[in-house]
Design a protein around this ligand. Structure first.
Ligand code: PNS
Length: 163
């Protein structure tokens, strides 16, 4: 039987508990999950793609069926190329919905072979975002509620380095 592959795309700038929760749940639903560090044309990332991959590697070390990749093209092209049947997105609040709905429709038009699957975020991660983490870290605040312990120091030292 064909393996059911899901792609979980995002900026992950940096990865948080919210992302980690989605990866874990996607990993239980699919045979293989590809976490795809992708380009969001609306954002200017603080971490390089390679830095983001290293952080994701640390927080997914226990998930056997998860791999990480970098892609700077259209998501739909990547999904088609790897033969994935699903694009996994985490939805926090209603505010996420319109944007995600638009992306899901566009991706479906670009490539009809995969469905976008929305996983609702866990309630404790509802208001968590990478930008909140970066803002708190830049003021020397405690980010241990928001990111796994194994990447705490990496994020702190990296954010504090920036002018
Ligand atoms: O974590 P983000 O920033 O919300 O992720 C958005 C992302 C990177 C998944 C989205 O911008 C994307 O799919 N980028 C790849 C380029 C692409 O296909 N854009 C058109 C999507 S309709």
């Amino acid at each position: 039987m064909n393996k059911r592959i899901a792609v979980c795309p995002g900026s992950f700038d940096p990865v948080t508990f919210g992302h980690r929760d989605i990866f874990q749940r996607a990993s239980a639903l699919f045979d293989k999950v590809i976490i795809l560090v992708s380009v969001n044309a609306l954002k200017n990332p603080s971490f390089t793609a390679v830095e983001r991959v290293k952080l994701i590697e640390k927080v997914t070390a226990d998930l056997d069926n998860v791999v990480i990749d970098i892609w700077d093209g259209l998501l739909a092209d990547y999904v088609k190329q790897v033969g994935a049947c699903a694009i996994i997105k985490g939805l926090r609040a209603v505010t996420d919905f319109e944007y995600e709905f638009q992306q899901a429709l566009a991706n479906k038009i670009l490539y009809d072979g995969a469905e976008t699957v929305f996983l609702t975020t866990s309630s404790e991660n509802m208001y968590l975002s990478s930008s909140v983490v970066k803002q708190i870290a830049s003021f020397g605040g405690d980010i241990s509620h928001f990111v796994p312990e194994c990447i705490l120091d990496d994020i702190k030292s990296r954010i504090m380095q920036k002018p």
